[in-house]
Design a protein around this ligand. Structure first.
Ligand SMILES: Nc1ncnc2c1ncn2[C@@H]1O[C@H](COP(=O)(O)OP(=O)(O)OP(=O)(O)O)[C@@H](O)[C@H]1O
Ligand SMILES: [Mg+2]
Length: 282
């Protein structure tokens, strides 16, 4: 595995791969890797001849009072894991390499980018879209892999790829969960063992909602009211949102018969967690 730190080195590495005619898969991450990330890497490894992973804790997607400076950074362990997955190139730039001083150009996905987590975290998706657009230009992948856990991110990036004519396929991979149902996330490391238990309420509420849909309750309002009541009854959880929405536009829907995205975000202690389920049409 070649570890590259600069845009110039990365372009040279990619030119060498492409001159051999290899298809390229990209997995963008912020590091602190877990099995969710590795599932994306494996999907890329299966579907592409060369795999590039990026590790970059992107400052522009963090709000002023968020955890940019204390975000977990475990580069050595991450590198070993990626080596084991037979990754070809690891791109790990510094902040100055990605944002040379005087950078003033950003990508804004209007409307969708201000919904769901974009509403809770103003400017978040502007940072995400900007850094992902830059990675797409630097690496020029044929396919790029993202996790369904970050459902709003997928909606935002799909729209960006379409609107800006990026010549690549965006692939959404299923959410990887702990055996007890908790969605894997780098930020789970912040949870105390008590908080870790409280955090299970998120996935439990989603699965309960899915069971109610299977049992014939299709009205979003009813499902939401019940879920919000269940979450509000938990003293250790501070709900941000529980929504039933269209997965492409992130707009609320009234009835889940045609399929829906059920999405939740909540603070457990000081840690903000998200989770979601996609339901099939019935
Ligand atoms: N449990 C998971 N299953 C599948 N993909 C995941 C999972 N968690 C994260 N990903 C995906 O990994 C990619 C990189 O995400 P990132 O590095 O932000 O990790 P994260 O676990 O989401 O971290 P954080 O907890 O800080 O949000 C994203 O496409 C994200 O959707
Ligand atoms: Mg994340």
């Amino acid at each position: 595995m070649q570890i590259v730190r600069t845009v110039a080195e990365t372009r040279a590495a990619l030119r060498a791969l492409r001159s051999k005619g290899l298809t390229v898969g990209l997995v963008p991450t912020m590091g602190a890797l877990h099995a969710g990330h590795l599932s994306l890497v494996r999907a890329a490894r299966e579907q592409c001849e060369a795999v590039v992973v990026s590790i970059f804790v992107n400052p522009t997607q963090f709000g002023p009072n968020e955890d940019f400076s204390k975000y977990p950074r475990t580069f050595d362990t991450d590198g070993k894991l990626l080596e084991e997955e037979k990754v070809d190139v690891l791109f790990a730039p510094g902040v100055d390499e990605m944002y040379p001083s005087g950078s003033t150009t950003f990508v804004t996905v209007e409307e969708i980018g201000d919904r769901l987590d974009g509403a809770s975290r103003p400017g978040h998706f502007r940072g995400v879209a900007t850094v992902v657009a830059k990675l797409f230009h630097i690496i020029e992948p044929d396919k790029a892999y993202f996790g369904q856990k970050d459902a709003a991110q997928i909606a935002v990036l799909r729209r960006m790829v379409r609107d800006l004519n990026f010549p690549l396929e965006l692939i959404a991979c299923p959410t990887v969960r702990e055996p007890d149902g908790l969605a894997m996330s780098s930020r789970n490391r912040y949870l105390s063992s008590e908080d870790r238990t409280h955090a299970l309420t998120l996935s439990k509420t989603l699965f309960h909602t899915e069971q109610r849909i299977a049992a014939g309750t299709f009205t979003a309002r009813t499902l939401i009211d019940d879920a919000v009541a269940a979450l509000a009854a938990k003293p250790h959880i501070r709900l941000d949102y529980f929504r039933i929405i269209d997965p492409d536009t992130l707009v609320d829907i009234e009835n889940v018969r045609n399929g829906a995205l059920i999405a939740v975000a909540a603070f457990v202690g000081t840690t903000r967690l998200i989770d979601n389920l996609l339901t099939a049409p019935r």
